[in-house]
Design a protein around this ligand. Structure first.
Ligand SMILES: [Zn+2]
Ligand SMILES: [Zn+2]
Length: 366
């Protein structure tokens, strides 16, 4: 079995479109014809060397497509099913069985090591190993090998090529709001950073009736879009000498919730300080394996919470269908964030994301 794939051979070099050979399926694996794969910030942290993984590799961890073949022990999907691929998790450890697979004990080896747990690789070029298994999928390719656990069956009345980002970026934003912060209608929230993750969080906040919704970003076009998607107040930090004070004035006493996607010390601190007392801030921005930040413990004392969140702390097997239901109802219009590229344009698509021209590039296959 062969696939056309975008292969990363060296950091800070473009990916190259090449033919790779796929391994035989193991009993718990699924072969998926990829129809679309979103480009996520975590892919870029490998491309620029922030997150070191074995090379050559095929990245891509927001894949969606149609099942072609399943291993002998797979029961949750069958050939012909439309599926979204999410992060790898075991569904057997204490953490997974308590309903929090984003913190699976095997998260790192399943998603980052470039091999199966038995040490074999899923992709080859002749005698050379190509490290697949990136988030149990490596979906910047026409075909991907996933596990039953991270393959989520979805309805076939929605465009499958657009659904991949529900497996990571949009799940991170929407899941953090709906599963971790859990605001009620009429409660206030601030969103720092309006990329795909931040705007998914904003749409989820709008879907549950948050009001006011405060959006903060330095890109004027994204501030405009955030208003169309539900922001009641927008702030460009470049235009506010005392941003915190100005945000706090939106309500009399500060905000109930905040969500930040940037991950730098000053922004995490702002997300904490705009809160009322008590309040809850979530941090999802990733800045490398070590990222020491400084906060004022006095700000936490006021009954405030600061949570670090991966993948929205959601179970993709149930949460991805929930997001699709919201989309069908018109309450989660994530397709407005997407722009399609061909696999040959993948390096352009990455650059468009880095430059801020495109919010969520998705590589599509015919
Ligand atoms: Zn687990
Ligand atoms: Zn991601």
């Amino acid at each position: 079995m062969q696939a056309t794939a975008a292969v990363l051979r060296e950091v800070n070099e473009p990916m190259v479109i090449e033919t790779v050979e796929l391994d035989e399926l193991q009993e718990d694996e699924v072969l998926v014809a990829v129809k679309g794969a979103g480009i996520c910030h975590t892919d870029m942290t490998v491309m620029d060397g922030t997150l070191p993984i074995p090379l050559p590799t095929v990245l891509g961890h927001e894949g969606a497509g149609i099942v072609e073949k399943v291993g002998s022990a797979v029961t949750n999907v069958a050939p012909g099913d439309h599926v979204v691929l999410s992060f790898g998790h075991c569904r057997e450890c204490d953490v997974c069985t308590s309903g929090r697979p984003a913190y699976c004990e095997l998260f790192a080896p399943l998603n980052y090591f470039g091999t199966r747990l038995d040490g074999t690789v899923t992709l080859h070029q002749g005698d050379e190993d190509v490290h697949g298994n990136w988030f149990q999928q490596s979906s910047f390719a026409s075909h991907a090998i996933a596990k039953a656990a991270n393959t989520v069956k979805v309805a076939d009345d929605v465009p499958v090529e657009l659904l991949g980002p529900l497996g990571c970026g949009f799940q991170t934003g929407a899941g953090t709001v709906l599963k971790v912060l859990q605001p009620k209608a009429g409660q206030s929230i601030a969103i720092f950073g309006l990329g795909g993750v931040g705007l998914a969080a904003l749409m989820a906040a709008k879907a549950v009736g948050c009001d006011p919704i405060v959006a903060i970003d330095t890109n004027p076009e994204r501030l405009e879009l955030s208003k169309e998607l539900g922001a009641t107040h927008t702030f460009d930090p470049k235009e506010h000498h005392d941003l915190l004070w100005d945000i706090q004035q939106v309500t009399a006493s500060g905000l109930d919730f905040s969500f930040e996607t940037v991950g730098t010390g000053p922004i995490v601190r702002q997300a904490l300080e705009v809160l009322r007392s008590p309040g809850h801030a979530a941090s999802v921005g990733f800045r490398g394996l070590e990222n020491v930040i400084e906060i004022d413990q006095g700000h936490l004392m006021l009954g405030r919470r600061l949570s670090g969140v991966i993948e929205g702390d959601a179970d993709p097997q149930t949460f991805i269908p929930e997001m699709i239901d919201l989309y069908r109802d018109g309450r989660f219009p994530f397709d407005r964030l997407i722009e399609k590229f061909s696999i040959e344009q993948i390096n352009e698509a990455v650059q468009a994301s880095i430059d801020g021209r495109v919010i969520k590039p998705v590589v599509v296959f015919d």
